[in-house]
Design a binder for this molecule. Structure first.
Ligand SMILES: *[C@@H]1O[C@H](CO)[C@@H](O)[C@H](O)[C@H]1NC(C)=O
Ligand SMILES: *[C@@H]1O[C@H](CO)[C@@H](O)[C@H](O)[C@H]1NC(C)=O
Ligand SMILES: *[C@@H]1O[C@H](CO)[C@@H](O)[C@H](O)[C@H]1NC(C)=O
Ligand SMILES: *[C@@H]1O[C@H](CO)[C@@H](O)[C@H](O)[C@H]1NC(C)=O
Ligand SMILES: *[C@@H]1O[C@H](CO)[C@@H](O)[C@H](O)[C@H]1NC(C)=O
Ligand SMILES: *[C@@H]1O[C@H](CO)[C@@H](O)[C@H](O)[C@H]1NC(C)=O
Ligand SMILES: *[C@@H]1O[C@H](CO)[C@@H](O)[C@H](O)[C@H]1NC(C)=O
Ligand SMILES: *[C@@H]1O[C@H](CO)[C@@H](O)[C@H](O)[C@H]1NC(C)=O
Ligand SMILES: *[C@@H]1O[C@H](CO)[C@@H](O)[C@H](O)[C@H]1NC(C)=O
Length: 571
């Protein structure tokens, strides 16, 4: 039985929540996929501080001594309903060098007690630098560190800014965990005093505009998308000498859409779940310019927290952002007037948190560039659904695909550059429902490919990325009588990306294969977990021919059983 109070608290504890709870839940029991935190689990309890981590490649830094600064030290106790924590940011004027090859943001946190996984964001001048979720603590304490390469925000980091951090935490008699956080930035001076002189498409943006909310009294700077009709927008203006623009979009999904990929079509559930397909749509002045079919991040409390301790889910500590090339549309926004980006989510349930950063490249040799959109084509997502459900057992097969292509030219002191940007998407979600609502199997794959090709008078620049997000879930609940049940979760979660950049400089290619397998069981009485196990295996392999990184790691119930790491390229 679902305790309404607990469920309410649970939802409230993650976010501000302003709708009444849907009561009819036939097949899906959401509380089952988002169990109570398990710091007090009698068995398998760690007795020392556990270090959580997300497997990712080490960041390559130059052999120089970094200039490091503490940006913020804060204890996130009962912060829910408060505004973000603010601090003044100044660039590293005391550093002997003023040219930096690498800039790294470091989040270090400890927590002890019982607490949910909380989403948090770090913004500089309204530009989101990091979106992440916290780890769920244990009674004997946890610690974790997230390091993110933020070099791409270089121009922003060279000016005074306001830093904002929002982590909505709720502390009471039950949820006791306070997150103690140090946020540090490391500036690595360049090895050779070349400066950051790379010019043109491959360089870092000259200006980064926030496409986020202004600081509010009680939330982060995210836009909140609560349903499929919701569209949230922001007005902006670009300098009239821009020659390239890229919109970097951050998304995360929570509450009723935290597990959107297991949601059932509306004719099969009496709570409106809107099926298992979602896409984030981005418009510029009302015209769709691109979409995001997001990676299925599973937060540290998802399905079974023991699957994510201490190895956390792919992307959970550093949620991916997605780039949409805006250059083909520059001609329409170079008029010195305000324009508007808007975000919506097809089939959305509450709540999606979305914002973006507009990276803009400026022509330092002219005050005015011009441009024109030549071609623009969007094939809307075609979703097909086939099912043979009888009663509540059967199969549901959902597929979708989409193509977006935009071509435009921009004339600057670099000459006339014609940019062709494309996005290709492919989605398949195969679901099995069985055992009268107690079994659900989901086998989903998202292919998300994009390319940008810029043709210069006598050269070119191109980027191609093919991303593949496989997800397999086996979710089974067995009623053990006496109000107890066991929930089995076996899963596979993958993030693969092949990237290639080509131009005057030659060709730069990289390949990432990142795969997690997990198996877990939770025994629950009512809403509380009284026993459980969780094992995770992860294989991570990155190769860009200059730098390689691999890690194979296995864990079981907070303990690392095997850990192998390497930096040599095998082939
Ligand atoms: C933050 O830094 C202070 C001072 O160096 C240190 O005492 C504290 O343990 C650090 N906390 C975390 C969470 O790293
Ligand atoms: C940046 O902030 C510092 C410290 O508050 C101040 O001394 C400096 O003048 C500011 N710089 C600019 C360009 O405003
Ligand atoms: C639900 O809708 C799908 C797609 O329209 C259809 O294939 C299926 O038969 C419907 N199921 C029920 C139980 O009505
Ligand atoms: C649905 O079709 C699959 C084969 O595609 C079959 O194995 C399954 O038994 C069918 N389910 C029902 C309820 O008809
Ligand atoms: C743009 O690129 C796509 C994919 O590479 C290609 O199919 C299309 O023909 C190109 N369009 C133009 C106008 O070059
Ligand atoms: C994406 O690229 C991969 C690798 O090139 C290819 O196998 C796949 O079919 C592409 N998918 C789409 C939707 O374009
Ligand atoms: C998931 O579906 C793909 C084909 O769409 C198949 O190759 C794969 O074996 C399936 N995975 C599992 C675990 O059934
Ligand atoms: C049912 O649960 C109660 C409370 O936990 C326990 O006292 C009782 O022995 C259990 N009964 C059975 C049949 O397991
Ligand atoms: C789940 O994983 C466990 C452990 O590997 C395995 O024994 C079990 O057969 C798996 N169950 C299913 C249904 O895949």
């Amino acid at each position: 039985m679902t305790s309404l109070l607990l469920l309410h608290l649970l939802l409230l504890s993650l976010f501000h929540h302003n709708h009444s709870l849907s009561t009819a839940v036939n097949i899906h029991r959401k509380d089952q996929f988002r169990p109570e935190p398990i710091s007090n689990l009698a068995t398998k309890k760690p007795t020392t501080t556990t270090t959580f981590f997300e497997v990712t490649k080490t960041i390559q830094v130059p052999k120089t001594n970094p200039c490091s600064y503490l940006l913020l030290q804060h204890d996130f106790g009962f912060t829910y309903g408060n505004p973000p924590v603010l601090a003044n940011y100044t660039p590293p004027t005391n550093c002997p060098s003023q040219n930096f090859d690498k800039i790294i943001l470091q989040w270090e946190a400890t927590c002890k007690g019982t607490q949910f996984d909380r989403i948090f964001g770090v913004w500089l001048g309204g530009v989101e630098l990091l979106r992440s979720c916290t780890a769920e603590p244990t009674a004997s304490g946890i610690i974790w560190t997230v390091k993110k390469d933020i070099t791409r925000y270089y121009s922003l980091l060279m000016n005074n800014q306001t830093l904002a951090v929002f982590l909505g935490n709720l502390v009471n008699d039950i949820y006791t965990g306070v997150y103690h956080v140090n946020l540090t930035v490391h500036f690595y001076p360049s090895e050779v005093n070349s400066g950051n002189s790379v010019f043109g498409y491959g360089s870092l943006a000259d200006l980064i505009l926030p496409i986020s909310q202004n600081v509010l009294m009680n939330d982060g700077l995210w836009f909140r998308i609560d349903n499929s009709d919701d569209a949230e927008s922001k007005k902006f203006m670009v300098p009239q000498n821009a020659y390239r623009a890229v919109l970097e979009v951050y998304v995360s999904f929570h509450e009723n859409d935290e597990f959107w990929y297991i949601n059932l079509p509306n004719n099969l559930s009496n709570s409106h779940e809107n099926g298992a397909f979602r896409e984030v749509v981005v418009t510029l002045d009302g015209v769709e310019i691109g979409a995001i079919w997001p990676f299925t991040v599973i937060y540290t409390g998802g399905f079974n927290p023991l699957l994510w301790s201490p190895i956390t889910g792919i992307g959970s500590f550093d949620l991916p952002s997605y780039d949409i090339e805006v250059t083909p549309f520059l001609g329409t926004i170079l008029d010195g007037n305000t324009h508007e980006f808007a975000f919506s989510v097809t089939n959305a349930l509450n709540v999606w948190l979305i914002d973006a950063n507009l990276h803009v490249w400026l022509d330092k040799k002219s005050v005015k560039t011009e441009g024109q959109l030549l071609k623009h084509y969007v094939s809307p997502a075609v979703v097909s659904l086939v099912s043979n459900i009888t009663g509540i057992n059967g199969n549901i097969f959902t597929t979708a695909n989409k193509f977006v292509s935009s071509v435009g030219w921009v004339k600057s002191s670099l000459g006339t550059i014609t940019t062709n940007s494309t996005q290709r998407f492919d989605f398949s979600n195969f679901m099995v429902l069985g055992k009268d609502g107690n079994l659900q199997i989901v086998n989903q794959t998202i292919n998300f490919n994009d390319s940008v090709h810029a043709e210069f008078p006598s050269s070119f620049f191109s980027i191609q990325s093919s991303k593949r997000f496989p997800l397999y879930l086996y979710l089974e609940t067995v009623d053990k009588g006496n109000q107890t049940s066991s929930s089995l979760t076996n899963l596979t979660l993958g993030y693969d990306e092949q990237r290639a950049e080509a131009g005057d400089f030659g060709l730069f290619g990289s390949s990432l294969k990142n795969l997690q397998n997990g198996q877990g069981v939770l025994l629950q009485k009512g809403n509380s977990v009284y026993a459980g196990t969780g094992s995770t295996q992860q294989a991570y392999q990155y190769d860009d021919s200059k730098f390689c990184y691999f890690r194979n790691v296995r864990s079981s119930n907070y303990a690392i059983l095997h850990d192998e790491e390497g930096k040599t390229c095998s082939k």
